[in-house]
Design a protein around this ligand. Structure first.
Ligand code: HEC
Length: 139
């Protein structure tokens, strides 16, 4: 009973945040990536900035401005979208991260997660991934 109730609530919140995006109330924030090695247009398969202190710093603010509305402040999910601290470390986590930020999550015409790579540079997104790895927790 309780579980069912919570699930409905999370879904409502989710629909709400996706709506905010769609209506432009939550707008993607430009991310300055000065100090990071430029990567060009083509997406790499592996995070080139892993453990890079500057990337973690940039990624932290980029995350809070562009992902936290759905995934939770400081990457602590409130149950709306997956807790990204649990995303696998290393290259297999990188692959899934890349897939999601490029393609988003769209099913039956519903946007659960926008295609973030349409709004943010590869540099900014790998910086976010570096930040997420710095706060990762074991499941
Ligand atoms: C409008 C809400 C929303 C925003 C904004 C958003 N996401 Fe998501 N994200 C989701 C939802 C919902 C899912 C689960 C998708 C599904 O159901 O398949 C998800 C899934 C993911 C996944 C896969 C997680 C897993 O465990 O499978 C990653 C990685 C991810 N998001 C990264 C990001 C990053 C990085 C940002 C910011 C740059 C971001 N998301 C912004 C809603 C959002």
């Amino acid at each position: 009973m309780t579980i069912k109730k919570n699930t409905g609530y999370a879904f409502l919140l989710l629909a709400f945040s996706a709506n905010l995006w769609a209506h432009g109330d939550v707008v993607p924030q430009a991310v300055k990536t000065e100090g990071l090695e430029p990567l060009g247009e083509e997406w790499l398969d592996e995070n080139p900035y892993r453990g890079n202190a500057r990337a973690i710093e940039i990624g932290s603010s980029a995350y809070n401005q562009n992902c936290a509305a759905c995934h939770g402040l400081e990457a602590k999910s409130g149950g709306i979208a997956p807790d990204l601290r649990l995303l696998e470390a290393g290259i297999s986590g990188d692959e899934w991260f890349k897939e999601r930020v490029i393609n988003g999550a769209v099913r039956d015409g519903r946007v659960y997660m926008p295609k973030m790579a349409d709004y943010l540079s590869q540099e900014a997104l790998w910086a976010v991934r570096s930040y997420l790895e710095s706060v990762a927790i074991e499941e």
